[in-house]
Design a protein around this ligand. Structure first.
Ligand code: ME8
Length: 610
């Protein structure tokens, strides 16, 4: 069996995953599923990149040991993959023992090749991207990617002779036009390689959360060499499995890490004497209101909220359809709703539902006796061959566009036969129409399987079919008499909800407008003539405020004294029952019951809530 190896980047589990991470995994999953349908033995790897200073610091911030921290955080990334129906074959974590062994073997080989030497490193380092920069690469003294201040590193280090591989990499790019895609990204790499390539500093001594160098235990390996090696760990380098799957068919990565893959990783592979990847495909960024989603900048959109509201398949569809593969693309909840309502529900869902309910209602759930429309079958074969070619070229956005055009064609065909009229005047025509339409639904069910696996499984069930391979897409082979099962709606339309229900996404900038503090309730009393209001005296850092809160039905005044509550302090004061109220308490509200937000440890009055 022919093999196919596709990998995504492995994510830093320093904070929770965002829609950008989800995007990369969905794209890779579409390709992996398509290849499996084509009959390839696929190895699809993803995972988490768990070593390095950034993770160590995030763990410290969370008050946890690094291992305990990554165990917890990595679980969130794996859970996201499962929620998104990512069909990974391996979820690799760089803190695993198997990875440690492979990395140490790789390091020994680089050393034996004479490519490692000891030196002294002095220069800027960005911990956010875990990257050494030269002074010239900085923009206004800051990291060119994160626009954050860099740190200065001055320490004894081991170096990798990357300079040696510049010409070989340039040569490979030239000889293999497919190696780096898309073209524009390839040109960026070629331009950067016009300058001489420097050797790479590959060890650090000022923290210890990483893999020790086998030749010098004082040093831990630079996190990128550790991380990139995951691609060999996941196929059990250097065993038979590795022989079967290397070179990788596609490394799918985002544009911020193209240098690390195209140049650092290629140099390591060349030093190991291994073939270079067949393709490194560099996708663009998911943006929101013009900014890149990013953990470090605090702009995070939670994919789980979106899958719960709109369904996993709608989100997968939106990401592939909206963001032209290889370029940046904007996310908006409105855009997602429009794609769901106008395309999935109105075009694809509508066609399928009309065909299946007509078959159920007018033909007793059995595909009627009719004639295959050879012209339509040939037209469809041509269209799906185009889809196949696009998918082989990784043009996932265009492939999906083409498939949706087939769904549109289905609607048009159904509409032009007018089977609801023909059933009375020309039943044979109605039967012919439905036989062809059911086959068309099957074509869509196979073509869309890599993109929307859950919905297509449901549809296959309704069609009473097992989707076993891509080949079945080219024939109208559902025969008269085939029974279908009970049709159900595939996509529910979703209308915009009012922002007050909390469903509009906001950025951290919006949130930071609110000044929320912890206040200590020092006095509480009922407001005369009011059943609902309590008057509270709340102590903040340097002041006391009076707050009138509608909590009298839920708390007795004495219960509140001594509580540390969360208060919004930068609202305009309001007058309630003649009393000026200068702030608002935060509370959880459930079925009319109110529970004030308090902190679980004693903090100083005035502490900020962030
Ligand atoms: O870079 N849109 O991890 P990471 C699309 N650990 N893709 C995005 C994105 C966005 N807004 N933000 C991030 C790392 N990504 C390293 C990789 S691989 C050996 C080590 C992509 O968590 C990003 O481009 O910062 C990368 O491909 C992946 O998510 C992980 O990013």
């Amino acid at each position: 069996m022919k093999t196919f190896f596709i990998s995504t980047a492995i994510d830093y589990p320093s904070t929770i995953p965002h829609l950008g991470h989800a995007y990369e995994k969905v794209c890779a999953d579409v390709i992996a599923r398509f290849k499996r349908l084509q009959g390839f033995e696929v190895h699809f790897s993803t995972g988490t990149d768990e070593h390095g200073l950034k993770i160590q610091r995030s763990a410290e911030k969370a008050g946890k040991q690094p291992k305990e921290f990554v165990d917890f955080m990595s679980g969130k990334f794996r859970k996201l993959c499962d929620e998104l129906k990512i069909s990974y074959d391996d979820f690799i974590r760089t803190s695993e023992e198997r990875h440690l062994k492979v990395v140490q073997l790789i390091f020994k080989k680089l050393h034996q090749a004479g490519d490692i030497y000891k030196g002294f490193y002095e220069g800027p380092y960005c911990t956010e991207c875990e990257t050494f920069y030269s002074e010239e690469e900085l923009v206004d003294g800051k990291c060119p990617v994160h626009k954050k201040r860099v740190e200065r590193v001055e320490e004894e280090s081991y170096f990798f002779r990357m300079s040696k591989y510049r010409n070989k990499i340039l040569d490979s790019i030239e000889r293999n036009p497919d190696f780096i895609q898309p073209e524009s990204r390839k040109n960026e790499i070629i331009n950067r390689l016009r300058e001489p390539l420097k050797d790479l500093c590959i060890s650090r001594t000022d923290f210890d959360w990483g893999i020790q160098l086998p030749i010098d235990k004082k040093h831990v390996l630079y996190v990128w060499v550790d991380a990139l090696s995951n691609y060999l760990t996941t196929i059990d380098y250097p065993t038979d499995k590795f022989q079967n799957f290397w070179p990788v068919d596609v490394h799918l990565i985002g544009k911020d890490i193209s240098w690390h893959h195209c140049v650092i990783w290629s140099s390591v592979l060349l030093s190991l004497g291994l073939p270079l990847p067949k393709k490194i495909f560099i996708h663009g960024f998911v943006t929101y209101k013009g900014e890149k989603l990013s953990k470090s900048r605090g702009l995070v959109i939670d994919p789980t909220h979106l899958t719960k509201t709109y369904s996993v398949d709608a989100l997968r569809y939106f990401l592939i359809r909206e963001i032209s593969f290889g370029q940046d693309g904007a996310f908006s909840e409105e855009g997602l709703r429009t794609r769901l309502n106008d395309e999935l529900a109105d075009v694809f869902g509508n066609f399928v539902h009309r065909v299946l309910t007509f078959t159920r209602d007018r033909f007793g759930g059995k595909v009627p006796d009719g004639k295959i429309d050879k012209k339509l079958e040939a037209e469809l074969r041509e269209r799906v061959e185009k889809v196949e070619k696009l998918l082989e070229e990784l043009k996932v956005t265009q492939a999906l566009e083409e498939i949706m055009a087939i769904a549109g064609r289905g609607n048009e065909y159904f509409q032009s036969c007018r089977p609801w009229e023909a059933i009375k005047s020309d039943p044979k025509k109605a039967a012919d129409c439905l036989l062809n339409c059911v086959n068309l639904v099957k074509v869509l069910c196979i073509a869309l399987q890599p993109f929307m696996p859950s919905v297509c499984d449901k549809l296959a069930e309704q069609l009473n079919l097992k989707i076993t391979g891509w080949e079945g897409i080219k024939k109208f082979d559902i025969k008269s008499g085939h029974s279908i099962r009970e049709p159900t709606i595939l996509f529910q339309k979703i209308q915009a909800q009012s922002p007050s229900r909390g469903n509009e996404l906001v950025s951290v900038k919006d949130l930071s407008k609110l000044d929320i503090r912890i206040g200590n309730v020092v006095k509480a009393e009922r407001v005369p003539k009011s059943e609902k209001l309590l008057k509270l005296e709340v102590e903040l850092a340097k002041e006391r405020r009076t707050i009138v809160a509608g909590v009298a039905e839920h708390y007795r005044p004495e219960e509140l004294v001594g509580k540390q509550v969360a208060i919004i302090i930068n609202l305009e004061p309001a007058k309630l029952m003649g009393i000026k109220s200068d702030g608002m308490l935060l509370a959880a509200v459930e079925e009319g019951k109110i529970s004030l937000l308090t902190v679980d440890k004693s903090v100083k009055p005035g502490a900020r809530v962030e």
